[in-house]
Write a protein that binds this ligand. Structure first.
Ligand code: HEM
Length: 442
């Protein structure tokens, strides 16, 4: 039985707040000071249990509350807190395993960037290593609805982090909504955060999509505390060129004779309001958007193109020739997305910025190599997934593709270039709360 008072918030369920700050910090040089700093921070960290209570309170009276999470890089655990033998303690996850190598070497390593085609030289400098040294040891996430109150919380957190250590970078996330009650959108204008694994059994009707997932898809035993759990976090700052995306969708619409709305929906796999493009040519306007569908009756991709972002990222039983074990394997790749948009927009989103807006992509999982790195490399970036010819993911796939930049959809072809640029990121571990109270090898 897992104790939710020992698990950090935001892993099993998203926090749903409108404002987020990410403080990237370096520990003080001495291990003793780093341990003391972690203990101080542990007092502020929100557990999954507290998150549940906050959420009940929010439903009762819309009470705004602060949520704090604390994540560490491998260097933060190893150099900052002086912990050794980390991998021996992650049962079954040795240092030499693909997951071990990605986490230990970091997202800017040759290993990681080679696998998932990141161009690290183009990253913002505060995400790059200098003289082989990692730029930060960890990240504190603070979230709430009231931005002024969040500024004060941030100042208090900075005071703890800078007593001996350093805050080396900060990001500000802000949920993008067209109205205060509207759903969160990403900057291209589509509702985001609809489909995620649900870590509780769900009732699914026959033929629908079973969104449930076992806890070991997102949790791993905390290496330093028996009976407590943590999770790996993938963070990526993805800049979006809204102007370029709109031009490209316009070009696709022109080539295919589709409306702009339908052309965009065929690229994303959902209309802007979240309606799945499968089986319709117009958005339904229904809320919540349908998530109870599979692609098993649309093998050729005429209803939803094989290259559509949501289909590349979750092929949902789209191949009846796969064995049950292979289907299970695909289900086990799913990740718990918890990202938030950054950057300023006009309230009606009529502007079309080319830079300085995007997604602070964050996702929890039990294994970085088997989940995030696999779906980015072998699904998004691979033009032959799920079948040839498909092409790369038009939202997050690379520009240089062996099939060229020409996409085929229902007899017409159109050229495509990525409108998303990776600006920097890192792999983190979200340790258990008892570990944060006593961050030493037991
Ligand atoms: C700026 C970059 C991105 C944009 C604009 C974007 C946009 C979207 C949108 C609009 C949806 C549909 C709404 C939903 O189901 O929640 C979606 C779903 C999804 N995205 Fe992304 N995304 C981005 C990056 C990524 C990355 C980096 C990954 C992972 C490598 C990813 C994985 C997924 C997954 C797994 C789904 C759910 C698919 C499903 O279960 O149906 N996305 N994304």
């Amino acid at each position: 039985m897992m104790d939710t008072a020992q698990l950090q918030a935001n892993i099993l369920r998203g926090h749903g707040r409108n404002h987020v700050r990410l403080l990237f910090f370096r520990f003080p040089a001495s291990v003793d000071s780093a341990v003391a700093m972690t203990r101080d921070l542990a007092q502020c960290v929100t557990s999954a249990r507290q998150q549940q209570l906050q959420s009940e309170e929010y439903q009762r009276c819309q009470a705004d509350s602060l949520l704090v999470s604390f994540y560490l890089t491998y260097d933060g655990l190893h150099d900052g807190l002086g912990l050794i033998g980390i991998w021996e303690r992650f049962r079954g996850r040795a240092a030499t395993s693909p997951n071990g190598r990605l986490f230990s070497d970091g997202m800017s390593s040759l290993e990681s960037s080679g696998q998932i085609l990141d161009k690290v030289d183009d990253w913002e400098s505060h995400y790059q290593r200098k003289d082989g040294k990692p730029p930060f040891h960890g990240m504190v996430l603070l979230a709430r609805d009231n931005p002024e109150a969040l500024d004060m919380d941030c100042a208090a957190m900075r005071a703890i982090l800078t007593r001996d250590g350093q805050v080396v970078h900060e990001e500000q996330g802000r949920a993008l909504r067209q109205s205060s009650q509207g759903p969160p959108l990403e900057h291209f204008g589509y509702v985001d955060g609809i489909s995620n694994p649900e870590f509780a059994p769900l009732v699914v009707r026959d033929g629908g999509w079973d969104a449930s997932a076992p806890l070991d898809q997102v949790l791993v035993p905390d290496p330093f505390v028996n009976g407590a759990f943590g999770s790996f976090l993938v963070y990526r700052k993805l800049e979006q060129d809204v102007s370029k995306f709109r031009d490209l969708v316009g070009h696709m619409a022109q080539r295919s004779g589709l409306s702009q709305a339908e052309a965009g929906a065929r690229l994303v796999g959902r209309f802007e309001d979240g309606t799945p493009v499968l089986g319709t040519t117009i958005p339904s306007g229904l809320w919540p958007p349908d998530n109870d569908f599979t692609f098993q009756d649309d093998l050729a991709g005429s209803g939803c193109p094989l290259f559509a972002h949501v289909r590349k990222m979750n092929p949902r039983l789209d191949d009846p020739h796969l064995s049950p074990a292979e289907q299970l394997d695909r289900r086990a790749r799913r990740i718990a997305r918890r990202g938030i948009t950054y950057g300023n927009r006009e309230p009606d989103l009529s502007d079309a910025p080319s830079k300085d807006v995007g997604l602070l992509f964050m996702a929890f999982m039990a294994n970085i190599a088997d989940q995030f790195a696999f779906i980015q490399r072998a699904w998004a970036n691979d033009p032959s997934f799920p079948r040839t010819p498909t092409n790369v993911d038009p939202i997050i796939g690379p520009d240089a593709t062996p099939l060229g930049r020409c996409f085929q959809d229902r007899g017409s072809s159109f050229s495509w270039q990525s409108a998303v640029t990776m600006r920097g990121g890192e792999y983190f571990f979200a340790p258990s709360i008892p570990f944060l109270h006593n961050p030493q090898a037991g």
